[in-house]
Design a protein around this ligand. Structure first.
Ligand code: DX5
Ligand code: ZN
Length: 218
């Protein structure tokens, strides 16, 4: 069964506590937290003060997606704020191996996020050192965008790379995931589905999460 990671970016920020309690009550295993700096991506989301509060009540895995330049300056404070998984962007890290070591030395799970245009072949060395690949299926910066179809080929290629080497790395798909396209994404080999608008904008978020977890696929 897939891991579902509701993305808080699509939540109602006036009622964050209620939204977090909904996720706690749900079958989702992770909570996805999108941090944007207005430099790596053309948008600014939320940061440490919000994440510190959210992780106090969240009972799921705190999955922090850093869409920021120079993430090494902030990894430690995000750990202190309650992060369990931290993903940094390959495009933002000229010394990616060092970034990964930093995250792992803090006892966290390390993730590498890749933009839609970045080939997964660039991960062929670092893949052995990480826990999660966050494959962006939209251009990072905004929720509610449409899934980019060629991501499916990237998932298959990455699945092959991971399985061929007998690694235990999770493939996380981030952006434009819906109840309708979840089965082809899982069929291609994904393990974790990040879902923002599909969950938080649905009439019955708990039921939507349940449907996503129970997606039928070959
Ligand atoms: C986009 C973020 C995503 C976003 C997904 O930059 O990384 O996590 O919240 O939102 P949806 O599911 O609405 O595409
Ligand atoms: Zn994200």
């Amino acid at each position: 069964m897939p891991i579902i990671a509701p993305s808080l970016l699509a939540a109602d920020f006036l009622h964050l506590e209620k939204e977090c309690m909904m996720v706690n009550e749900s079958e989702a295993q992770w909570l996805h937290l999108d941090v944007m700096d207005g430099r790596f991506v053309p948008n600014i989301s939320f940061g440490l003060p919000v994440i510190e509060m959210v992780t106090k009540i969240n009972r799921k895995v705190n999955d922090v997606h850093l869409m920021i330049v120079e993430p090494e300056k902030y990894v430690e404070v995000f750990k202190d704020a309650g992060a369990d998984v931290i993903s940094v962007h390959i495009e933002a890290c000229p010394h990616l191996h060092r970034n990964i070591e930093q995250i792992k030395n803090l006892g966290l799970q390390a993730g590498v996020a890749v933009n839609p245009h970045t080939p997964v072949s660039l991960l062929s060395d670092i893949i052995a050192d990480i826990d999660v690949v966050n494959l962006m299926s939209v251009n990072p910066g905004f929720g509610g965008q449409k899934f980019i179809p060629y991501t499916l080929n990237k998932i298959r290629e990455l699945r092959q790379m991971i399985d061929d080497r007998g690694l235990n790395v999770k493939i996380e798909i981030d952006g434009g995931v819906t109840v309708e396209n979840a089965s082809e994404i899982l069929e291609a080999g994904a393990d974790v589905l990040v879902v923002g608008s599909t969950v938080f904008r649905s009439k019955n978020p708990l039921e939507t999460i349940r449907r996503l977890i129970n997606t039928q696929y070959a």
